[in-house]
Design a protein around this ligand. Sequence first.
Ligand SMILES: [Zn+2]
Ligand SMILES: [Zn+2]
Length: 102
Amino acid sequence: MKFCPKCGTLMILKNSIWTCPKCGYEEKGESSAVFVEKSENKNEITFIEESPEVLPIDQDISCPKCGNKGAYFWYMQTRAGDEAETRFYRCPKCGYTWREYD
Ligand SMILES: [Zn+2]
Ligand SMILES: [Zn+2]
């Protein structure tokens, strides 16, 4: 519900544009589609796109693929709240990314 800022009349929403039936004032309505849930299907490993140089390195971890000692690590929530954060690693040498299983 929206009122005309000019004359105070209750405005009508037409094709996502608020129109005042009294003075003809128009205002673009905010699309509710902006709030579409996009957080589903997040069980896949999400790659961090930022430069990995900002990530800390765990020197005790070896890459399971190339055997390189030391890997970047970060934490990520894989499910909505009901699960502890999972630790992910990325090899700085070959770029292989894997998650730590308890
Ligand atoms: Zn008006
Ligand atoms: Zn590697």
